[in-house]
Design a protein around this ligand. Structure first.
Ligand code: NAD
Length: 249
C-alpha cells in the first residue's frame, strides 16, 4: 500500500541512520523526497545508494545550512518547485555529546542547541508558511527518549530534546487551525552511527533496561514517521510518540 502517494517530503539528516530509513520508507510509499545532509558528498552517496535500489525513486538531494533561516526557506521553495507541492517536513538532523557538566564548554552547549532546536524552528517556520498557503501539511520532529527522563551526562542533548517536545506540542496548537499537524517521534536506543560510537560498556547496561530486549532498528523508528505523515494519523497532532521498546533509563 502506498500511504504517501502523491505527497512531497523533505527530510533533514537524511543521509544515514534514522533519516535515511525514513527517506527510503517514504519513497517506497509513493512520496517524492528531498533528502538533506550537511555535506554534498554524503548527500550524493545516499542518492546513489537509493538510485541503485530503485532508479524510479523520485528523490533529490539538498545541502542547506539548517541554522540559516534563508537557506532553509530556499530549500523548501526548491522542493516545491521541483515536485509541485510541499506536504511533509521531517526535522531529523541532530547531534549529541556526552561531556560532564564540569567540562562542558558553553560553545559546545550552544552548538547542540543550534542544530537540535534552532534548526528545527527554522524548518518548521519555512515549512508552515508554504503549507498554510497550500491548505495544510505535516511537520514531524525527531525527539528522543531522553526528552522524557533526562540523561546523566551531556546535558545539552536532553535539554535540546525537551525543547523539541515543547516546540512540537506548542506548534500543534498554533498551527491546527491551518490544517497543519505537528508531531514528534522519540526513539530509544537505535542502531545508527550515533549509537555505534558509544562504548560497549554503555550499550550493554542500556539493553538490560529495555523490556523488548534489543536496541531499535532505524526501520522501527521510520515506521512511526510513516504513520504520522500519512492520513492514517489525520486526527493525531501534538503527540510525542515513543518508539523505545519501553526503555526507561
Ligand atoms: P546519525 O548520526 O546516524 O545521523 C545524523 C544525521 O544528521 C546525518 O544525516 C547528518 O548528515 C545530519 N547532521 C549532523 N549534523 C548536521 C548539521 N550540522 N547540519 C545538517 N545535518 C546534520 O544519527 P541518527 O542516530 O540517525 O539520529 C537522527 C536523529 O535521531 C537525531 O535527531 C538524534 O538525536 C535522534 N535520536 C537518535 C537515537 C539513536 O539511538 N540513534 C535515539 C534517540 C534520538
Amino acid at each position: 500500500m502506498e500511504l504517501l502517494k502523491g505527497k512531497t517530503a523533505m527530510v533533514t539528516g537524511g543521509t544515514r541512520g534514522i533519516g535515511y530509513a525514513i527517506v527510503k520508507l517514504y519513497l517506497d510509499n509513493g512520496a517524492s523526497v528531498a533528502l538533506c545532509g550537511s555535506r554534498q558528498e554524503t548527500v550524493d552517496k545516499a542518492l546513489d545508494k537509493l538510485k541503485a535500489e530503485n532508479p524510479d525513486y523520485k528523490v533529490i538531494g539538498l545541502c542547506p545550512d539548517l541554522q540559516n533561516p534563508e537557506e532553509v526557506a530556499k530549500a523548501v521553495a526548491k522542493v516545491k518547485e521541483t515536485f509541485g507541492s510541499f506536504d511533509i517536513m521531517v526535522s531529523n538532523a541532530g547531534v549529541s555529546a556526552r561531556d560532564s557538566l564540569y567540562d562542558y564548554k558553553p560553545e559546545d552547549f550552544a552548538k547542540t542547541m543550534a542544530l537540535n532546536v534552532n534548526a528545527v524552528f527554522n524548518c518548521a517556520q519555512a515549512a508552515a508558511k508554504v503549507m498554510k498557503e497550500q491548505g495544510g501539511g505535516v511537520i514531524l520532529n525527531t525527539s528522543s527518549m531522553v526528552s522524557i527522563y533526562g540523561q546523566p551526562s551531556g546535558v545539552a542533548y536532553p535539554t535540546s530534546k525537551f525543547a523539541v517536545n515543547g516546540l512540537t506540542k506548542s506548534l500543534a496548537r498554533e498551527l491546527g487551525r491551518d490544517n497543519i499537524r505537528v508531531n514528534a517521534v522519540a526513539p530509544g536506543v537505535t542502531r545508527t552511527d550515533m549509537v555505534a560510537a558509544l562504548p560497549e560498556e554503555m550499550i550493554k547496561p542500556l539493553i538490560a533496561t529495555i523490556p523488548l530486549g534489543r536496541v531499535g532498528e532505524p526501520e522501527d523508528v521510520a515506521n512511526a514517521f510513516l504513520y504520522l505523515a500519512s492520513d492514517m494519523a489525520s486526527y493525531v497532532t501534538g503527540v510525542i510518540l515513543s518508539v523505545d521498546g519501553a526503555a526507561r533509563t
